[in-house]
Structures are given as structure tokens and as C-alpha cells.
Write a protein that binds this ligand. Sequence first.
Ligand code: NAI
Length: 346
Amino acid sequence: MNMNIAFFDAKPYDIPSFDRYGKENKITFKYFETKLNEDTVNLAEGFDGICSFVNDTVNAHVIDRMYEMGIRILALRCAGFNNVDMNHAYGKIHVLRVPAYSPYAVAEHTMALLLTSIRRIHKAYIRTRDYNFSLAGMTGFDLHGKTIGVIGTGRIGRVFIDICRGFGMHILAYDKYPAKQLLCDPSVHYVSLQELFQNSDIISLHCPLTEETYHIIDEHALRQCKRGVVIINTSRGALVDAEALLAAIKSRTVGAACLDVYEEESDLFFEDNSGHILNDDVLARLISMPNVIVTSHQAFLTEEALSNIAETTVRNIVEFSETGHCENELCIHCGTPEDSKQPQNV
Ligand code: NAI
């Protein structure tokens, strides 16, 4: 069956793999650079489905318009669905997603950020390009023997724990639903959030954004942390209260921060804003700090992940259109698949 899918928030790096898997499966993607929202949903008129990403807005209005236009498939090319009004979607459109594409991509980027930060690679890169070979201010610290606190021990958190183990780090973990694989692992200690905050030299977030985890790193949490703690967030911006983080950096409570995500990222990340004046003072101030590294939601961006995302998205669309079912359909009222009970993000 030939199908036409409206693909929103398209970037040049998306196109080769989606064209390849689409062609193999008689699916034609029409790439729209614009994000999906109330103003742009009409572009999908006449299409069989919509493919969207993390910063597209799938609210009640968008869902109702999709329904009116006869579109029943929303194929998310990501794991998270916190940008979709799932309650409103129920009974109107089918939401398919890519539950996992490369936990290694995100976990490896997390370690790349950490090493860059604590070994001052970002500074060294700039210095040596200017033939400045001074080592002043470049002193880092060993990861070996340090304690890492991992919040969220799902697919990505577990890969990151494996990497940290390789560095000889002590591992504390917190998860609302601890992983069976880790419960009997003597090198990983599940502790309360408070214990994790109090004892970790580095804290890395790998849990989804939910009502419970919103601002899990806030002023109260930061007050409990060790002085000089390194905070890493490659999960979802709103897990961290950015203003509280900035205050803690200014007061030297937080030693460094590595952020691949930011609470107000949706209008900024993935776009070239270099010719514009940044209106977000908190982000501007964070970026100006010598001990803060910001990447623009790029942890997922590896060739392997892009290929897996395209392959699974296309397979989801084919499976649903041929059988009316899809193992990766999200349904908050049916309780399947298992982790759709826990709203996630990217
Ligand atoms: P996952 O579903 O495999 O693991 C999430 C873990 O968080 C689970 O073990 C779950 O029990 C735990 N969790 C749920 N509620 C919790 C709570 N209240 N407190 C503590 N832990 C809780 O998800 P996966 O694949 O490991 O992804 C983790 C996060 O990584 C995603 O939610 C997403 O936000 C982020 N991500 C970021 C990407 C990027 O490019 N920066 C790309 C892909 C994912």
C-alpha cells in the first residue's frame, strides 16, 4: 500500500534514512521544516499520517484537526510523548512511537559531556587553537573512585552505569521502579533520593519527565548536594529548575553543569539562532559560565540512532496500516506497552 506521510520539523539529517526506509516500504514522506502546531497542522491535509518529533505540539486542537482531516496515524519518531495530549488522542488518533533506538547514543554523550567538563577539554580546544599552551586553570579530577548518582535506571541509565563502572566509580541509583537486573548487582546501590543527593559527586538524570519528576533538581535538592557537585541532564529540561541551578552555580554549590536539554528549549534548540539576540536570560547566563556546557539536545544524534529511528517509525506505520495494530502504539487507557504507563519525553 502506498502511503503519504507529512513529516514535521524536518532536518537535513533526518531525510536520508527516512527516504531509504520509506522507499523500501512504499511510504513517501513530505518534509516540512516547520514544527507541527495549531497553525501548521493544516499542511497535513490529504496525507495519510503525520510524523512528528519532540518539540512539535500535539494538543487538543491539533488532534481535532487531524481527526477532521481523516488522519488517524501520528507516528512519533521519538520515545517520549509528553508533548502529545494523550487523553485527548484516545479514540481519535493512534499514536505510535519509537520506544528505544540507541541508549548507547545518549549514555555515551552523557559521558562525553562529563569528561569534557571535568577535564576542561572545551577550554583546551579553544586555547590550543590560539597557540595558547598554558595549563593554568585546567586542573580536573579523576573519575575513578568518585560517586555517581544515577536517577532513572532504565535503558539509558543502565548503559551509563556500565560506562561509569568501567571508570571505577561508585554507583548510587534511584528509581521509582528499580531495575531487576541491578537489584542483585553488588556494584550498584539503590538509595533514597536524599541519600543520592547527599553522597554523590556527580548526579546524572535518566528518568522521564512526569509530574513527579518535574524540577526533581530544584533549590531544595541542590541544598542537600555536596559542594562542587556536577549536575548532568541529558533527559529532559524540566527535570532541572534552571534558575535554581544558576543560583547554585553562582554560589559555588554546584561545581559544573552539563546540559543537553533545557526547560525552555523548544523555541531555540535545533535551530541556528546565532544572528539573534537571545531573550532567555537564564540560558544566556548559564552558557556564559565557564563551568557549564550546553549541547542542543544532540545526545541522540548518531548514525545508528537515526537509522533505527527511521526503521522503527516506518515499521510502525506499515504494521498499523496493514493490521490495525502496532506493538509500539501508545495507549494510556489500555496499559500497553508496559512503559507507556509512565509518560516520557524524547
Ligand atoms: P526508560 O523508560 O528505559 O527508563 C526511564 C527510567 O526512569 C525507568 O527505569 C523508570 O522506572 C524511571 N522512572 C520513572 N519515574 C521515575 C521517578 N519518578 N523517579 C525516578 N525514576 C523514574 O527510558 P530511557 O530510554 O532510558 O530514557 C530516559 C530518558 O532519556 C527519557 O525519558 C528521555 O527524557 C531521555 N532521552 C533523551 C534523549 C536526548 O537526545 N537527550 C534521547 C532519548 C531519551
